[in-house]
Design a protein around this ligand. Structure first.
Ligand code: GDP
Ligand code: MG
Length: 304
């Protein structure tokens, strides 16, 4: 009364969907910085991570998740696969709303699985139909939206392109509308709940996902051994863990070329995100079968 301003809204929003539909790209676009790594490979995101998006009238605490997936094929019931599904399911508990991301023109069994998980959790679901920039025939979009929304009680449906940042303003308005009236939880300059140390490891892992072929990215993980301020400089030491001795030379490459390229790209990304000079050293080491070993996964920070 006596105050015409819209109330401030703040709450948590799970970002859910099949691997590779663009969840992390969307979180980064809404946050306005790369807090979550992206590659064209499924299962790039392995951790639960909060992206904080402060906008006029509200603050969205976006929970990026590993994609929910059937435990089969490449991701057949390994410990990693189980931990990732557990993380994705855990992330939808106690949120105020969920964004279900799918690809324009495609709805499959795993999308139904994700919708059912959200529906059963009783949270309002905003459907995001991503990658509309890739649709060759735009006239197929409306029938697709009608088809997937039929018999499913979405709070809103938004065709967008996370990559080209199209359709985001309307989406934000509808996400905010699902959130409770509450003051912001984080300062407006905060963008994630994760430490710079964690983000540094992820940026090295992003390069592994992007630069290594076939199965190898899934056999690697990154541990930050050293993270020290040295005047204006950050000194970071990263260990790349592989599962077998034979994988080491592939990561290192001819004369160390591959490892240098991985380190160089990761360092550039770190400098951009942290806004300062970074000195990055990398090593490759072997830990037999780490990705199917629950204790090793825990030691590497998975499932937290
Ligand atoms: P996630 O596994 O759901 O987190 O998906 P990512 O965010 O890692 O994205 C997977 C791939 O889809 C990456 O190669 C992205 O660049 C790409 N991608 C994400 N959003 C869009 C989009 O709106 N349009 C197009 N063309 N590609 C996208
Ligand atoms: Mg992701």
């Amino acid at each position: 009364p006596g105050n015409n301003e819209a109330p401030h809204r703040c709450g948590s929003v799970a970002v859910v969907g099949r691997p590779n539909v663009g969840k992390s790209t969307l979180v980064n676009a809404l946050v306005g910085a790369k807090v979550s790594i992206v590659s064209n490979r499924p299962q790039t995101t392995r951790h639960r991570l909060l992206g904080i998006a402060t906008v006029p009238g509200g603050q969205m605490l976006l929970v990026d998740t590993p994609g929910l997936h059937r435990e089969q094929g490449r991701f057949k019931a390994s410990a990693m696969s189980r931990v990732m599904n557990r993380t994705a399911r855990g992330a939808v508990e106690d949120v105020d709303a969920a964004v279900l991301v799918v690809e324009a023109g495609r709805w499959d069994e795993e999308d139904t699985l994700a919708f059912n998980v959200l529906h059963d959790a009783g949270v309002p679901v905003v459907l995001v139909v991503n990658k509309v920039d890739r649709l060759k025939d735009k006239t197929t979009l409306l029938p697709f939206l009608a088809e997937v929304a039929k018999d499913r009680d979405f709070a809103a449906v938004h065709p967008i392109s996370a990559l080209k940042r199209k359709g985001l303003d309307d989406l934000v308005a509808d996400i905010l509308a699902q959130l409770p009236e509450a003051p912001p939880v984080y300062d407006e300059d905060e963008i994630t709940d994760r430490s710079q140390r964690f983000l540094a490891g992820e940026l090295v892992r992003e390069q592994l996902m992007r630069q290594l072929g076939d199965e190898l990215p899934y056999a690697t993980t990154v541990e930050i051994e050293r993270f020290a301020e040295d005047g204006a400089l950050l000194r970071i030491g990263a260990v790349i863990w592989v599962e077998r001795e034979g994988q080491k030379p592939i990561v290192i490459g001819k004369g160390g070329a591959r490892l240098r390229e991985i380190g160089s790209k990761a360092r550039q990304q770190m400098e951009r995100l942290f806004g300062r000079k970074v000195f990055l050293e990398t090593w490759v080491r072997v830990r037999e079968g780490w990705s199917d070993d629950e204790a090793a996964l825990k030691a590497f920070g998975y499932g937290q």
